[in-house]
Design a binder for this molecule. Sequence first.
Ligand SMILES: [Cu+2]
Length: 162
Amino acid sequence: MKSIPSFGLGKGKHLIIGLLLAGFGTAALADVNVTVEDAWVRASVPGQAATGAFMRLTASEDSKLTAASSPVAGTVEIHEMHMKGDVMSMARVASIDLPAGKSVSLDTHGYHIMLINPKAPIEAGATVSLTLTVVDGGGKQASVKVDAKVRPLASGEEDMPH
Ligand SMILES: [Cu+2]
């Protein structure tokens, strides 16, 4: 009678299970990466109710800017500017779409971040820190830290389209 060696069978099974687990582990690792360029905040004068923060955002994956916060303001909202006839008005929006690889501008005539109830006048030359909340297509949240330079009160009018 021949004896059939059975050692090694158990090992083989374990190897297969190990590979399946490794496959699951790598599936959910993609993280959205956001590039921030030219971030700036418009200076405010004492008693001013609000001012704006502006920048260019480019996300590596389709995602949305859903919130922002800053230690310098009581409330921070995402706004969009509209022209109604000759009158410029603005309204809060829930989010701004950031399509993968596309540069999205937050500027003085479109989307912007509104710093409401500044705790102190925001002075030209200072740096304001902002934290942006970005959510990717799978609902995963990322925080993006931004240091924005404060520019004088009249900044931004020079890039209005004529
Ligand atoms: Cu606004």
